[in-house]
Design a protein around this ligand. Structure first.
Ligand code: GRG
Length: 281
């Protein structure tokens, strides 16, 4: 990863966390503590995408910060709930115990709920609540998660097209939303960043499947090898290791092409696309 990208991701993460901590300043107790724990320690890719898209469109800093913090809340809530015993039942996330392990299940459900509400409060301040509801809800992430769970017990395995549609909803919708937030807030055409976010989201998911096969649990910060164990159809299974890697590279090239109109000002977004398929965690 380039030093500039490392610094920009770290800055986006720190700013989102600070905004969320400020919003929780009046709240005490284990649920607020678990909410802060859940939003810390990640890569902050989605907050970074919001900030970069906002900078390209000269969006006012406070509004961009609200949108970036909003998406990190929604992303963190999805991970907290995804880790619960009734879903993926994971003990480790971001190299640390998951919330239901460190606290208990009730705290994890409520911390996820609290992050969901806070995410929408911040998105409403940024004027993006409606688009976030579409991306996070049944037409987006929640719908994709439900399809993923249904696929585990389906009689017929998913086709490549099924998996692409599922992942574009489950993981892709929030990544696309993040990329599009800047032009949306500026009232500009979100088309180029939508294409960028779409290709980036799919490349990100293929990289996640590759990490599940090739990654090291200690480095990835969560259990690996779970997809094969759960009998899940993944990009790696359908395309093979080399096919999945080559598809991810093609998607990154398409993502970068979509940024051509922004010229050099989109250098960090290009670096992020390269990073997504090179990442080890
Ligand atoms: C519970 C409604 C609900 C949805 C959960 C996205 C999701 C839906 C579950 C996560 C399952 C998963 C591990 C998907 C792979 C892609 C992904 C979202 C990885 C985590 O995102 P990163 O790598 O995480 O950006 P960090 O920790 O860096 O924020």
């Amino acid at each position: 990863m380039t030093d500039d990208l490392t610094a920009a991701l770290a800055r986006a993460g720190a700013e989102a966390e600070a905004r969320i901590a400020a919003a929780l300043a009046e709240a005490g107790g284990p649920v607020a503590e678990a909410m802060l724990y859940a939003v810390s320690g990640g890569k902050a890719l989605r907050a970074f995408l919001v900030r970069e898209g906002a900078a390209l469109h000269e969006v006012e800093a406070g509004r961009a910060a609200d949108a970036a913090a909003a998406i990190e809340c929604i992303h963190a809530y999805s991970l907290v709930h995804d880790d619960l015993p009734c879903m993926d039942d994971d003990d480790l996330r971001r190299g640390r115990p998951t919330i239901h392990v460190k606290w208990d299940e009730a705290t994890a459900v409520l911390a996820g709920d609290g992050l969901h509400s806070l995410g929408f409060l911040l998105a409403a301040r940024a004027g993006l609540a409606e688009s976030l509801a579409e991306a996070a809800g049944i037409a987006g992430m929640v719908g994709g998660q439900a399809a993923d769970i249904a696929a585990e017990s389906a009689a017929v395995p998913l086709t490549l097209d099924d998996i692409i549609a599922l992942q574009k909803a489950k993981t892709g919708a929030l990544i696309r939303w993040s990329a599009m937030a800047g032009p949306r807030m500026a009232g500009a055409d979100p088309g180029p960043l939508e294409t960028y976010g779409d290709r980036l989201g799919l490349a990100f998911q293929i990289a996640d499947d590759l990490l599940d096969v090739e990654g090291d649990a200690a480095q990835v910060g969560k259990a690996v090898g779970k997809d094969a164990g759960a009998g899940k159809a993944t990009f790696v299974e359908l395309l093979g290791l080399d096919g999945a890697k080559s598809r991810a590279r093609d998607l990154v090239a398409e993502a970068c092409d979509a940024l051509s109109g922004y010229g050099d000002r989109a250098a960090l977004l290009r670096a992020a696309a390269e990073f997504v398929i090179a990442r080890r965690k």
